[in-house]
Design a protein around this ligand. Structure first.
Ligand SMILES: Cc1cc2nc3c(=O)[nH]c(=O)nc-3n(C[C@H](O)[C@H](O)[C@H](O)COP(=O)(O)OP(=O)(O)OC[C@H]3O[C@@H](n4cnc5c(N)ncnc54)[C@H](O)[C@@H]3O)c2cc1C
Ligand code: FES
Length: 258
């Protein structure tokens, strides 16, 4: 088992990305451990007594030379609202790196993200790029405001967008995008459950390798409380410890295929 760290980081940059998202870049004085794309951190939320539990947030970006990692956070409730108050220079305590990440397979991969599920795809796109592979990255949202990061992806792959209101890219869901059915040899997806089920079902039916990153509610993040359990084809699994990334072939029941 890989070692987990529980440690304070210093916020070196805070960017507000529209009304709903912000990004925090955090620096540690020591060298960061290896971090796989799809792994996540458990963030301590200080300053709000109603928020006792840490919150799971994906690792959006890693800079091993600067010892920094970046989190992309959507403001949805009391914990993320509290985190949004943080400023440059503040400390943030993390347990990391948690979970199992993506395998970074295929020569023509498609990465499909929606909502806060676009967060782990930047680090994933960089990992593909480092292997000399240029992924296609398809991001979806109801409107363009809900796709807060775009330019960063363009450095590492071909970026495609689908919005339900047509305010950016093609109009419709990601699965309706004209390039969704291009000949990919591997698909990775993270985002809203109905989206991931539709993407996973398509991949399994077409015989394309596929990894799905689940975002079940979590508490401990280390496999101790069982609150994140999901029913896979191989029985109940802790998403925090055995996921969050699963091979779609282990999730056929979850996707409604059996
Ligand atoms: C492995 C993993 C990685 C994640 N990565 C990111 C990320 O990179 N960026 C990001 O913004 N969010 C991410 N999330 C979701 C994030 O953890 C939740 O949005 C956050 O915990 C909500 O905390 P809160 O106190 O603001 O909301 P709460 O007050 O606890 O809840 C507010 C609303 O959000 C819903 N909610 C809470 N947790 C989740 C969840 N896990 N999935 C779906 N809905 C939820 C609640 O049902 C409620 O409707 C991730 C979740 C997991 C499990
Ligand atoms: S969150 Fe506690 S076991 Fe997964």
């Amino acid at each position: 088992m890989r070692m987990k760290h529980i440690t304070d980081f210093t916020i070196v940059s805070r960017k507000q990305l529209g009304d709903h998202y912000f990004a925090l870049t955090l620096r540690h004085p020591d060298q960061l451990p290896p971090i796989a794309a799809g792994q996540f951190v458990e963030v301590e939320v200080q300053g709000n007594r109603d928020v006792m539990l840490r919150r799971p947030i994906s690792i959006h970006d890693v800079d091993p030379e600067e010892n920094t990692l970046t989190l992309l956070v959507q403001i949805v409730g009391k914990g993320t609202r509290q985190l949004a108050q943080l400023q440059e220079g503040d400390r943030l305590n993390l347990i990391y790196p948690l979970g199992h990440g993506f395998a970074v397979e295929g020569q023509h991969p498609l990465l499909v993200g929606g909502g806060a599920g676009i967060a782990p795809l930047l680090h994933l796109a960089k990992c593909y790029h480092a292997k000399g592979v240029r992924p296609t990255i398809l991001l979806g949202g109801r409107t363009k405001e809900l796709i807060p990061v775009r330019e960063a992806f363009e450095s590492y792959g071909q970026l495609l967008i689908a919005t339900e209101d047509g305010s950016l890219g093609e109009k419709g869901m990601v699965t309706q995008h004209s390039q969704f059915v291009a000949p990919y040899d591997h698909i990775c997806t993270c985002g809203p459950t109905p989206m991931m089920k539709a993407v996973g079902r398509y991949a399994v039916e077409k015989g394309i390798g596929c990894e799905v990153s689940l975002e079940n509610m979590m508490a401990c993040g280390i496999g101790a409380c069982l609150c994140c359990v999901t029913d896979t084809d191989e029985g109940h699994k802790c998403v925090c410890k055995e996921g969050p990334v699963f091979d779609a072939l282990r999730l056929k029941k979850w996707m409604g295929l059996e």
